[in-house]
Write a protein that binds this ligand. Structure first.
Ligand SMILES: [Fe+2]
Ligand SMILES: [Fe+2]
Ligand SMILES: [Fe+2]
Length: 426
């Protein structure tokens, strides 16, 4: 097997300046990612967006420094990332089990903050945020979960998110007319749940005439959130070595979590795609784009009914159509993030076949972007060599034979040759 050294060590040398990413890239990307995950039946849930807005307002009341506001922004956006699964979003479950004792015994609820922590803490840049996510259900009197932390042992940002989180759920469950009503709902658990400082600040915020209209109007929420995003300018948020690459790996893990159940499909596709790209001696920047496109190629699966991707029964026509729409959905999500347009384009075409029989546009031959042709092979090769619900793990050689048989049909023959050469066991 001709193995090339991974390009990642060298990728770290590419500065974000050279990639022409906008200063708000981190904020834009996380917003798009959360937007993709927080959808149900085609509708935006908007839970984390609103929690972020509320937390930001409380942070402003407290006059938190800009750096801390940034941490609060990302922690709030990502707070429920461990609570998004094929079964839906955790906020729904929380409304079904409103009391804290029930929540502690509900498996999904109890573990969602730890699951979020497990993914986020793998990335050095996000470690502090991971701590906040881990503790966002701790109660000030020590009766929360998962650790039963008390008082100021709970990070301040987690205490702010706690009150913002509960407020969003109140706003969703009740027809709120004025700030007093929110306060009376909060007061039910105020003594146990909330840190007095955050509570005080929030109550004074609710007393202002412009606060409630902002919370109740979806358009205002969106506008205000956009403004906050624009103030989160920090090109170097991901400046730690390799952290942008790692961040996309985290996104891939989250995508895999809800679409391939426990299998690291996207991460493996990225490894194969990178090997192929290295064998083709592509330019460094294209290899990088290729790797990121591979990590994100199935993001469109997250936005539709996620159950269909893990279903073992026969799929209906409607379900097949939903599956075939995932490259376009992924394109829409990524194309909206400035700096990812090219990657979005590669993702759009990752199911095109060399002979023109693929989708969404039925492109053929060289009309399909090279990166998409590589992705097509890497994606199929990963599926053939991993244990999926459809078939048993195939012999490596059998997978290579299958690639060969489909050269010129599904796959670009040149890329098949390169792949066979790279992965042939001699
Ligand atoms: Fe939560
Ligand atoms: Fe939440
Ligand atoms: Fe796909």
């Amino acid at each position: 097997m001709t193995r090339h050294p991974s390009s990642r060590a060298r990728l770290t040398l590419i500065s974000l300046h050279d990639l022409s990413l906008p200063p708000t890239f981190a904020a834009d990307f996380v917003t798009a990612l959360i937007g993709a995950f927080e959808r149900e039946k085609g509708q935006a849930i908007g839970h984390s967006t609103r929690v972020t807005l509320l937390a930001h307002l409380i942070g402003q009341e407290m006059r938190l420094p800009q750096e801390t506001q940034k941490e609060l922004f990302f922690a709030s956006l990502l707070h429920d990332i461990g609570g998004i699964s094929t079964a839906g979003h955790i906020w729904k479950r929380l409304t079904e089990v409103p009391d804290i004792f029930g929540q502690k015994t509900d498996f999904r609820i109890f573990f969602h903050s730890a699951r979020g922590y497990a993914v986020l803490s793998r990335f050095p840049t996000l470690r502090k945020i991971a701590e906040v996510v881990y503790t966002h259900h701790e109660f000030y009197d020590g009766s929360g979960f998962p650790q039963g932390l008390k008082g100021d042992d709970i990070p301040l940002l987690a205490r702010i998110i706690r009150i913002a989180d509960t407020t969003d759920i109140i706003l969703r469950l009740h027809e709120i007319q004025n700030g007093e009503e929110i306060k009376s709902f909060l007061d039910i658990s105020a003594g146990e749940e909330f840190d007095p400082q955050s509570y005080e600040r929030f109550v004074s915020l609710l007393g202002r005439p412009d606060t409630l209209p902002l919370l109740l109007d979806e358009n205002l929420v969106r506008e205000r959130f956009r403004e906050i995003c624009l103030s989160m300018t920090d090109q170097y948020y991901f400046s730690a070595s390799d952290s942008l690459n790692r961040f996309f790996e985290m996104a891939a893990m989250l995508i895999d979590n809800v679409t391939t159940v426990g299998k690291q499909h996207s991460l493996r596709v990225a490894e194969f795609a990178e090997q192929i790209a290295l064998s083709l001696k592509l330019e460094q920047s294209l290899i990088l784009q290729m790797r990121w496109a591979a990590l994100l190629h199935d993001i469109g699966k997250v936005t539709s009914n996620r159950m269909i991707y893990t279903k073992s029964e026969k799929l209906s026509d409607i379900e097949w159509r939903a599956i075939r729409a995932h490259p376009e959905k992924g394109y829409e999500t990524l194309n909206a993030v400035s700096g990812l347009q090219e990657i979005a384009f590669y993702v759009l075409h990752h199911h095109e076949n060399y002979d023109g029989s693929g989708y969404p546009e039925g492109l053929s031959g060289e009309k399909i972007p090279l990166a998409s042709r590589i992705l097509r092979v890497a994606d199929a090769f990963e599926a053939m060599t991993s244990e999926r619900i459809y078939h048993r793990k195939r012999d490596w050689q059998m997978a290579l034979r299958e690639l060969r048989e489909n050269a010129g049909k599904q796959f670009d023959p040149r890329i098949v040759d390169i792949t066979v050469d790279a992965y042939q066991i001699r």
